[in-house]
Write a protein that binds this ligand. Structure first.
Ligand code: DGL
Length: 277
């Protein structure tokens, strides 16, 4: 067969990475994907760097066992602490993270050079976003705000509940009512795009709301083309994706649909245990 038909491996702590998978499928319809949500060990955002690195190694091992040709770390927290580790461990398999693409999206959107980043505790603590933005725009003013509770709200599928609205107001209301507020908000956690409606209500219509999904899809497309790894198969639609979860496939399929924007057939979600890998 022409091209490289092997799938692309994508992982996250849970369902957040499905927001990235959605953009990948739209951008690369001829590719097949294998997605892993480490739902049993979520959240990653409250854990230390060494723990997240160990989890990321195990998650990527499972995907490599599926014969993937490329890995996408669809988790900012894991990208922040494990990107270089995985790149080194799995060379020559290309490994792509979401921080650099998210930073690029933020820099492309800002006009007043003030950029806010909301992310998990771990991502904010490590400062990877601030460094990535500063590399691209050295005079950018960056405000980072951990919003770990958003992960739980998103995993619960509470995209529009009063509790979500109150949490968004708590974290973002004061920041965006300030006259010298940032004009750009980077969703530095792949769980957050499903809360975009509630976030928009609080920050108002003038602020650019960006995430790393589209820019990561572009980075993956470039990397595939650059390495000559594109599949030339006919687009095969929804069945081209296989799902793995480390807990409750039924829940993964039910709530995952909110993140992926389409139904997930529970029969296509396989339960796996990463602990022995
Ligand atoms: N979705 C993940 C991220 O992008 C992590 C959420 C979590 O497990 O805390 O950071």
């Amino acid at each position: 067969m022409a091209g490289d038909p092997r799938p692309i491996g994508v992982f996250d702590s849970g369902m957040g990475g499905l927001t990235v998978l959605r953009a990948l499928v739209a951008r690369l319809p001829s590719e097949r994907f294998v997605y892993l949500g480490d739902t049993a060990r979520l959240p990653y955002g409250t854990k230390g760097a060494e723990t997240v690195q160990a989890y990321a190694l195990q998650a990527s091992r499972l995907l490599l066992d599926q014969g993937v040709k490329m890995l996408v770390i669809a988790c900012n927290t894991a990208s922040a602490v494990a990107l270089y580790l995985l790149q080194e461990a799995w060379a020559p398999i290309p490994v792509i993270g979401v921080i650099e693409p998210g930073a690029r999206a933020g820099v492309a959107a800002t006009r007043n050079r003030r950029i806010a980043v909301i992310a998990t505790e771990g991502t904010v603590k490590g400062g990877a976003y601030a460094r990535a933005i500063q590399r691209l725009m050295s005079d950018a003013e960056i405000v980072q705000q951990p919003c770990q509770v958003f992960v739980a709200l998103a995993e619960e599928g509470w995209t529009k509940s009063p509790a979500t609205r109150a949490a968004v107001e708590h974290y973002l209301g004061p920041m965006f009512r300030n006259p010298s507020a940032p004009d750009t908000l980077v969703l530095g956690c792949t769980h957050f795009p499903v809360l975009a409606g509630a976030i928009r209500e609080v920050i108002g219509g003038a602020v650019a709301l960006v995430d790393s999904a589209e820019t990561t899809a572009s980075a993956v497309a470039e990397a595939l083309a650059g390495a000559g790894l594109n599949s030339e198969a006919e687009p095969s639609g929804e069945r081209a994706t296989r799902f793995f979860a480390t807990d409750s496939p039924e829940r993964f399929a039910r709530v995952g649909a909110v993140f992926l924007g389409r139904q997930i057939d529970p029969a296509f979600v396989e339960l796996v245990d990463l602990r022995a890998l």
